[in-house]
Design a binder for this molecule. Sequence first.
Ligand code: ZN
Ligand code: ZN
Length: 361
Amino acid sequence: MILSAVTLHGSLRRLGVDALLFNSSEILPSVNLRHVTGFTGSDGAVLITAKERHLFTDGRYGIQARNEARGFRLHVVRRRLDALARTVKAAGVSRLGIEASRVSHEFTTNLARRLPDVRLVSVPKSFLDGLRVRKTPEEKARIERAARCASDACGSLLERRLTGRVEKDVAAELETLFRRCGADGPGFETIVASGERGALPHGAASDKVINVGELVVVDYGCVIDGYHSDETVTCVTGAPTSEQRKMHQAVYTAHMRAIEALRVGMRVRDVDRIARNSIAAAGYGKYFVHGLGHGVGLEIHEPPSLSPLGKGLVEEGMVFTIEPGIYIEGFGGVRLESLVYMDRTGPELLSRMSKDLIVVE
Ligand code: ZN
Ligand code: ZN
């Protein structure tokens, strides 16, 4: 964790600031604060100057912060803003970088009032989130554990029948299975979207009953030690129709082509283009309505963005999803999503479920 803190000492000049400030609160947690310090508490602030590293928190987190945030000078205080402002002044900071996407207007206003001679500078989200884009071996191991747990849970779920069950009940069973295989819980609201509801890419499980002959999109992931997993399978209840097969085949081919093409150094938008062209060639181009994939780590959606507008290259150590889909209003949807770790030599699949059209009862 200290590794990124050290990177930050060296980045201050390039960012045009004398110090960097991170703040985490219950309503606005900063995963970057956690990443830089290792501290997992919900309330804290971090100040990084050219030479110093400070962590401010309150009495609830004193012991935890001392154990987790090695290499930081710990301040256990009642009035965080006052202590923070005193330290900023003592360090002679005149330009203070703040994580603008993670602090409230109220926080910034209160801080500015205490530091009238200090200029607050917004540090680009892309810079700070970029510190997390290449995973360490420890981070990869956690994501892999989460991915394996979720795949195992989904495998167990699909041994039972889906027809006649309510989507929410199926989602709840899957989430119970996550905990049974060692997860801390679901990483996001589980999607179970059957029949026509499958046309909603983010169709969270509803009160709808799953009927025979329907496509069912199940998109799920769990979280272990703060790290997420993300995977989607598509099932069909009973024998598939030729249209259902055709849709699945189009998504399956796009998913496989994208994974086979993955190489370190290619542009992220080119990965998207390969899958998008494949779906268009099958005649479903206008029904693929979102980007191909996203990074996964401390957040369920983080850089890189594998989309037509995505910037940058595929790098060694990245973890991201490949998730093409087809969504037809009034008919249903198919999405297949795999979680991939980018090794120097090529992609490594972290999620384990089959991406075939899974026939269930
Ligand atoms: Zn997903
Ligand atoms: Zn996803």
